[in-house]
Write a protein that binds this ligand. Sequence first.
Ligand code: PMP
Length: 284
Amino acid sequence: MSRIAYVSGAYVPHRQAAVHIEDRGYQFADGVYEVIAVRGGTLLDEEPHLQRLHRSLKELRIPAPMSDTALGIVLREIVRRNNINAGIVYLQVTRGVAPRDHAFPRSATPTLVVTARASRRPDPRQWEGGIGVVTIPDIRWRRCDIKSIALVANVLGKQQAREAGVFEAWQVDGQGWITEGTSTNAWIVTNEATVVTRAADNAILNGVTRLALLDIIAREGCRLDERPFTVEEAKTAREAFLTSTTSDVLPVVRIDGAPVGDGKPGPLSRQLRAAYLAHAASPA
Ligand code: PMP
């Protein structure tokens, strides 16, 4: 079956889908995006994703390309036309097409692109055995709370992880605090069984998976501390894990080559992963 993309008003074959060379997304990374999971043919946590999209658009002063009702129709239509049961929808909004000039154009119509694809089958070894991370300096800008398409620092970081033979790179700020992964949020479990993750400030993206897991942690009665943690604390933690739309909850068992805890996925990581998968299968 051929893939279909939505590009500013039209459903087109994916291979022919294109935007203008003077789209500000292409020239300035002047845009935002969202990745929404599709589970059982429906969109998971659509509302918080759209809320975050609106927040990102507002911070960059880009008008919404259409109403939420219309956007919801496009998202569902892309899922339907691509026959996606399990996968993701990618949506991107840029400030639009205009002659190249850094300042905002006087008038431009935001470009909306929506694509979808089926999930690659996750490797069960990743959650059964856990994954490794390396730590790298966080070289990104100071508005990582905005889900901007300007991802080149994240791209370089993920490539470093690949070249180190691990799943993710945890970025570390100038004070030695871990901010987040290149496309995931970072968590540890202390020796007192308290779950720790950085509060949603300008240094991290407030993950929708992160938000869902915070609800689950409250419901399951786990202890939680929203605060930054250092590389040293992570390395001596009892457990560690990461979260994202495409990874769910993945145990982290090695940091810079050193085992976390006993080097196996910990009980709390496994419990929270199971609870998150239950939420994803039938969102509350
Ligand atoms: N941090 C960054 C930098 C990300 O790119 C992502 C995924 N887009 C996340 C965290 C996780 O966010 P979510 O749970 O919404 O996928």
